[in-house]
Design a binder for this molecule. Structure first.
Ligand SMILES: NC(=O)c1ccc[n+]([C@@H]2O[C@H](COP(=O)([O-])OP(=O)(O)OC[C@H]3O[C@@H](n4cnc5c(N)ncnc54)[C@H](O)[C@@H]3O)[C@@H](O)[C@H]2O)c1
Length: 330
């Protein structure tokens, strides 16, 4: 038995054999559920004192609570790596983990296709105001109060955050005859732009017909779209958010929908999940999905395998495959 351990928090659904095969190089421990107090007690009791790497996920936050400063300071001193299953990792206090000498990986790339598919589904649904006919046919009312929608063809799609998912969103939107513009922290190289136009944040707000949020949530991007930004947008803009709910001030979005400034919106993510703002729930011009961006068999398996590849490489070679970009920038 190895003197080093890996700790799985929560569950692995599709790649359990690959997790179990790590027993050739590590002792495997698991914390499938139990609550934050139990987890902290286990840490304090020394149960995890030989753990060098943790496998956790956005879903496992339900068992431990946030990986905030309190929890990170309770983790064993032996811990060097957190291999996180999720493209978003706002439930981990990255500066606190970095200060504690812990390297973190996430699962970009594996999530790109399914999340971009979800974004396109929401965009078309919002343009066509599909919720009304979807509900009316099931209510036995045939078209009910369905109204004319809009085509994506010849519309200008503005992407805020042109990373892996944003670029896949752009690729798909081109097939619908849309023109693409974007704003990013840094301008992309021409081969990654694939013809998309780089514009300022203000221009993106002012000229996009459809506005898609595809950037990470962190303290500087929280409420990046609020009342002021919504006021700068085109009348009748369509907003799509598959990134993170708190990027948008939901109360301001409800007001902009009510005033008609925003024609319709498609959301996979919310400010206070799983609570959904009543002003969104009750508005038939809003397409709502319950954070299902990556919920496909193929993507879930790829994400689990990528976490395990990170974990193996960390233990065998002392490096992570997909370390967080903010930890790589020294
Ligand atoms: N709905 C879902 O199920 C789901 C699934 C996967 C990812 N996500 C979310 O989508 C987000 C994007 O994922 P990704 O894999 O494309 O990430 P990524 O890191 O590849 O891309 C994010 C891009 O945003 C840019 N950016 C960051 N801050 C910015 C700012 N202030 N202004 C403009 N651009 C900024 C970055 O430069 C980067 O290009 C994730 O952070 C995650 O929260 C949601």
């Amino acid at each position: 038995m190895s003197s080093q351990s890996a700790l799985l928090i929560g569950d692995i659904t599709h790649a359990r054999p690959e997790w179990e095969s790590l027993s050739s190089i590590l002792t495997l421990k698991e914390f499938p559920s139990g609550g934050r107090d139990k987890f902290l007690d286990n840490c304090k009791s020394g149960l995890y004192d030989d753990v060098v790497a943790i496998y956790r996920s956005n879903a496992s936050t339900a068992h431990t609570g946030l990986f905030n400063e309190e929890l990170i300071s309770a983790l064993p001193k032996s811990l060097k790596y957190i291999c996180h299953n999720g493209a978003g990792y706002d439930n981990i206090d990255v500066p606190a983990a970095t200060k504690a000498g812990i390297s973190i990986s996430s699962t970009p790339i594996a999530v790109n296709n399914s999340t971009a598919d979800t974004g396109i589904f929401l965009m078309i649904g919002a343009l066509r105001q599909a919720y009304v006919p979807l509900a009316s046919i099931r209510a036995g009312e045939w078209q009910g109060k369905a109204t004319l929608g809009h085509d994506p063809h010849r519309k200008l799609l503005g992407i805020l955050g042109m990373g892996g998912i944003g670029r896949e969103m752009a690729r798909r939107a081109r097939a619908f005859g849309m023109t693409i513009q974007y704003h990013n922290r840094n301008r992309l190289s021409p081969d990654l732009e694939e013809g998309a136009r780089y514009v300022s944040f203000d221009e993106l707000l002012a000229s996009s017909d459809v506005f898609s949020l595809n950037l990470a949530l962190n303290p500087s991007t929280r409420h990046i779209i609020g009342g002021e930004e919504l006021a700068k947008m085109k009348d009748g803009v369509v907003i799509v958010n598959t990134a993170r709910g708190p990027l948008i001030d939901e109360k301001a979005l409800v007001a902009a929908l009510d005033s008609g400034k925003v024609a319709s919106t498609g959301l996979d993510v919310y400010e206070n999940e799983p609570q959904v703002e009543p002003g969104l729930l009750n508005n038939p011009r809003v397409m709502l999905l319950p954070h299902i961006g990556t919920m496909t068999y193929e993507t879930q398996k790829e994400m689990e395998l990528l976490v395990l590849e990170n974990l193996r490489r960390a233990v065998e070679k002392g490096e992570l495959l997909t370390q967080l970009p903010e930890q790589k920038v020294k």
